[in-house]
Design a protein around this ligand. Sequence first.
Ligand code: G3P
Ligand code: CA
Length: 274
Amino acid sequence: MPSAKNITAASDLIFRSRPLVIGHRGFCAIAPENTLPSFALAMKAGADLIELDYRHSKDGVPMVIHDATLDRTTNARKLWKRKHIKVANKTATEIQMLDSGNWFDAKFAGAKIPRLTEALDFICGNGAVALIERKSGDAKTLAKLLREQNWICPTVVISFDWKFLRELHELEPDLILGALGPPARLSNGKKPTHLRRGLSARLNDIAKTGASVVVWNRHISKRAIRLAHQRKLKIWIYTISHPPITRRLLNCGVDGIITNDAGLFADKERISRL
Ligand code: G3P
Ligand code: CA
């Protein structure tokens, strides 16, 4: 558990007036995503928040991995001689037998899929703020984990599932939440066609989640940003690694950029030495 003096409060950070750099899955441009080495490099590069994804294992343990299956970012296929093995079909112990670094570069061989508790210990214990994206798992388990380990203060939780956010907000009203959008599908099962108008039309729904932050894609209008700001919502955009697009979005008034390049605003020479 991090000591109180080490902790950075998410509430202090997100209400700063300068734009925030948020390391997507750590520093996934130069390290295997969602691993401790990736988080370490993002922190070294000066990212304000470290984003990670989690989903539940077969035995209900929150594990830090983006995909529902183990194929892309581990050696599961080689080890267990089967394709498309789901995270939800293996226990935490089994998942931690896998190598999740070598697929990216042999120099990261031996990196493991962290449990969410290990990742937060590492990120928050080193004085950084974690941006936790819930891919699967119930609100009660996450609320209990964050409460018991004292991680309500140095974390922000985001999800595309706004019902999950509402439940989490009821359980932990002090936890800072972000509503991720636009939804991949509308409730009628169709793809959204008017992405630019999407956010303005959904601000009332977002208010019901208890979120203080909107996490949206680059197809956002200046009007939507203005309307969200009038409601005191912060706007973070995913996933941008291209400086000209970053500049355009910052000129439009967004408050944070989620990026594969956690050193987006940093001196590139320093980053190349990390
Ligand atoms: O943080 C938002 C972004 O990470 C959502 O997309 O697929 O990268 O988790 P994805
Ligand atoms: Ca994510």
